[in-house]
Design a protein around this ligand. Sequence first.
Ligand code: CA
Length: 377
Amino acid sequence: MKDQSRRDFLKHSLQAGAASLALSAPLLGTGCSTPSSGPVDAPAVQTGKKFQWKMLTTWPPTLPVIQDGPKLFAQSVKEMSSGRLEIQVYGGGELVPALEAFGAVSQGTAEIGHGASYYWAGKIPAAQFFAAVPFGMNPQQMNAWIISGGGLELWEEIYAPFNLIPLPGGNTAIQMGGWFNKEINSVNDLKGLKMRIPGLGGKVISKAGGSAVLSAGGEIYTNLERGVIDATEWIGPFHDYTMGFYKIAKYYYYPGWHEPGTNLEFFINRPAFEQLPSDLREMVRNAAARVHYWMLCESESRNNLYLQKLVKEENVDLRPFPSEVLEQLRAYSAEVIEEVVQKDAQSRKIHDAYTAFRHQITPWADISERLYYTENL
Ligand code: CA
C-alpha cells in the first residue's frame, strides 16, 4: 500500500472503528463472549471485549503449509490480541463444501475464509486475475502488483458487492504442469483429455480440445484413480508428493504454464471486520501479511527436495512440455483472455491494469532477475 493510502487507511480505520463500535454496542452478544459494561464508545481494549470468528478454507484439512497458513494466522491473531480475537479454522468440507466458502463468508455464516480467487470465476470472472494468469506474472511480480502497484485496491473493488474484503494470503510458488498417464508430445494429445485444472488454465485446456474439471483438492486423488479424470494439476512437487499422485500417474510435466505463482487469499466478511476495533483490524492485516510471505518461503524451501524424492525414490517420469505445445498453449491463453475481457467490462479493467503493470516492470526484470537464471550467474 502506498504511504498516502496507508495513512488514509489508518485514518479511515480509526474513524470507522469508533463509529462501528458505537453503532454495534446495543447489539452486543453477536460474536462476543464478554458483553461490555462500559460506555458505548469505550475502546474495546479497555473493556476486554472478545470476538470469536470462524474461518472456512477451501483446502483439505490436513494439507500442509497451505492449510497451516490459516492456522498460523489464527494463532498469530490470538497471541497478538491476548485472546481478544479467537478464530476457529475449518478445512474444506468440515462446515461447508470447500467451494462454497466464498458464499458462506459473503453471507456471514463465517467471518473469514481462505482460498484462491480463481475458484470464484463463476461469480466474478475478474477474480481470476488475482490468483493466476497463464504465462503471467511470477510470485514476486504478483506481490509487487497487489501490494504496491494498485492491485489490492482493484481487488477490494470487485469483492465489495459481495460484502467481502480480500487480503493476499500466501503464494504457492511456480507450479508444476501436472500428472498425466500418457505422453504429451503435441497439442493433439490434449484432445479429449479430462483434466482437473482451475481458472483460466482450464479454459485453455478446453480450447485445446480437452475438458477442464474444477474440483477441490480433497476429491482429486479418488477422481484420478477411478478415471473420472485423466490428468490433474495440483501445486508443486512438495504438495503433489503429499497428495500421492505418483502412485496413480506416470508422467509429471513442467512447467506450470497455467499457474506461474498463484496468489492465495483471505476474504473477510465486511460487517464482521468493521465490528472489530481498529487495533484488532490491524492485527488481522499483519497476521495475514506474515502468512502471505511464510507460505511462499515454505514452498520454495521444500520443492526441490520433494522433486528429487519423486524422481529418485518413486521413479516418476519427469518431462518438460515440448516447446511447440507451450507455444500453442500460450496462443490459446491469449485467445481465452481476450474472450473473457470482451464479455466482461470488469475483467477488461482488471486485465488492463495487470498488463500495464507487467509491462512497466518487465524491462527491469530482463536486465536483473532473468540473467541470474539464463546465464547461470
Ligand atoms: Ca494448481
